[in-house]
Design a protein around this ligand. Structure first.
Ligand code: AMP
Length: 177
C-alpha cells in the first residue's frame, strides 16, 4: 500500500475537540468511511496485512469495529464475530469486565463463536489507552484459538496503548495520530 494514500486517508479523518467530554480530541472516522477512495485504501491496506495468515474469523468490537471488521472478514473469506456490550447477544455468552477511566465496562461474546481451529483478527477502529482491546484480547484468548492478531485503523501515539499488551502480540495500525 502506497503510504501517500494512507496519509491522505489520515488527512480526511475529522477531529472533533471536546467530544464526548472536554479534553478529548475525537477522531471521527466517518469522514473516511464515506469517501469511496479512502474506504478502498483502508480496506486494501488491512487486507494486505492479513492475506496470507490463514485467518478464519474477524472479531469486531461494538460498534465502530463492526464496520471495518465485517469488510475485512469478507475480503479474507473469513467469518465475522461481533463482540458486544452486555445484554445484546441472544445465546450463551462469556464476558469480561475491565476498568476504564471512570468506572468499569463489560464486553461479551457468544461462547461458541470461536473454536481452537480458528486464526483470529481482532479489529477496532482506534487504539486509545488499549483497555477495550486488551479485555477483548483476553476474552478471545480464553477460547484457545490457534492465533490472535490485533488490528486498528489508527492509534493515538501519546496514550501508549500498545504498552498494555504482552510483547509477543502482533498489533497493526494503518496510521498514527
Ligand atoms: P481505549 O479502550 O481507551 O483504547 O478506547 C478505545 C475505544 O474507544 C475504541 O472503540 C474507540 O472507538 C474509542 N475511542 C477512544 N478514544 C477515542 C478518540 N480520541 N477518538 C475516537 N474514538 C475513541
Amino acid at each position: 500500500m502506497d503510504n501517500k494514500q494512507l496519509k491522505e486517508v489520515k488527512r480526511i479523518v475529522r477531529n472533533i475537540p471536546d467530544f464526548p467530554v472536554k479534553g478529548i480530541q475525537f477522531k471521527d472516522l466517518t469522514t473516511a468511511f464515506k469517501d469511496p477512495e479512502a474506504l478502498q485504501v483502508m480496506v486494501q491496506a488491512m487486507t494486505d496485512l492479513y492475506r496470507d495468515k490463514g485467518v478464519t474469523k474477524v472479531v469486531g468490537i461494538e460498534a465502530r469495529g463492526f464496520i471495518g471488521g465485517a469488510i475485512l472478514a469478507t475480503q479474507l473469506n473469513a467469518g465475522f464475530v461481533p463482540l458486544r456490550k452486555p445484554g445484546k447477544l441472544p445465546a450463551e455468552v462469556i464476558q469480561k469486565s475491565y476498568t476504564k477511566e471512570y468506572g468499569t465496562d463489560t464486553i461479551e461474546i457468544h461462547r461458541d463463536a470461536i473454536t481452537p481451529d480458528d486464526v483470529v483478527v481482532l479489529h477496532d477502529d482506534l487504539l486509545a489507552t488499549g483497555g477495550t482491546m486488551l479485555a477483548a484480547y483476553e476474552l478471545v484468548k480464553s477460547m484457545n484459538p490457534k492465533k490472535v492478531y490485533i488490528n486498528f485503523i489508527c492509534d493515538l501515539a501519546d496514550l501508549h496503548g500498545r504498552d498494555v499488551f504482552p510483547e509477543d502480540v502482533e498489533i497493526t495500525s494503518l496510521f498514527t495520530f
